[in-house]
Design a binder for this molecule. Structure first.
Ligand code: APR
Length: 233
């Protein structure tokens, strides 16, 4: 892997599964416990804000009980030791990449530990509940919502992501089912622009067909192995 100068990594819920955070579409996952339209859409929030604020309060609280796993730590090592460019794009709203030591993480679906004020538009670092309608740190209005991208909303920093995909010579997808766009289309964008593409996932995903190589297994095993390959260890 010596000719690799520019890597884009996309992660999904599968990279956090072994840390104890539920994925969405595996058996028993979040979308079996809750209806997406009730808790992950602007319409659901308008209809029952308490249900939605409580759902994200529960997920934010759960972060205090989990730790990053070997996959998060391996990506942080890659970020530290790889001599080329690396961008970690995550669909996850947890903070395990950062707690695993990664600094340059792009949360395209937002973050549990960020609050968006629907009055003044400010984003603030946040790790408390929202159900009790706390005041926005800037405008003081009791109008904070989770700074998470719901279905029907535009993911964050898409231009930056596409620019990175255009210059990537390797695109690696880790722990995602390839069920949700635009993330599910990144492999095709990268491939069309000449990148090599690799999938690391527990099972073949909906997008496996598009990858030059697809490896099945646990992220905590596959990711450290792959990072060793890239760093030439
Ligand atoms: N190691 C590697 N992969 C795993 C592991 C593991 N230990 N456990 C599960 N997986 C894989 C599953 O096989 C599945 O393909 O992780 C994937 C998880 O898929 P989803 O639950 O669909 O999660 P994700 O792909 O991140 O969902 C994308 O959908 O609901 C929206 O906004 C939400 O960001 C989320 C998006």
């Amino acid at each position: 892997m010596t000719d690799i100068r520019n890597i884009v990594v996309l992660t999904g819920a599968g990279i956090s599964a072994e840390s104890g955070i539920d994925t969405f579409r595996d058996a028993g996952g979040l979308w079996e416990q809750h209806r997406v339209e009730d808790v992950a859409t602007p319409e659901g929030f308008a209809k029952d804000p308490d249900l939605v604020l409580g759902f994200y309060d529960m997920r934010r609280e759960a972060l205090t009980k989990v730790e990053p796993n070997d996959a998060h730590q391996a990506l942080a090592r890659l970020e530290r030791e790889f001599s080329g460019e690396l961008l970690i794009v995550t669909q996850n709203v947890d903070d395990l990449h950062e707690r695993g030591g990664a600094d340059n993480v792009l949360h395209m679906h937002g973050e549990l530990k960020s609050a968006l004020c629907t009055s003044c538009g400010t984003r603030s670092a946040w790790d408390a509940p929202m159900l009790n309608r706390p005041a926005c740190p800037v405008c003081q209005a009791p109008t904070l919502r989770p700074d998470v991208v719901w279905f029907g909303e535009m993911p964050y920093q898409m231009e930056r992501i596409y620019a990175a995909l255009r210059s990537a010579d390797l695109f690696v997808s880790i722990g995602t089912s390839g069920a949700v766009y635009p993330a599910a289309g990144f492999v095709r964008d990268a491939r069309e622009m000449g990148a090599a593409t690799l999938e690391l996932n527990l099972e073949r995903s909906e997008g496996s067909y598009w990858f030059h190589e697809s490896r099945q297994g646990k992220a905590s095993e596959l990711v450290p192995e792959w990072v060793d390959e890239v760093l030439g260890d």
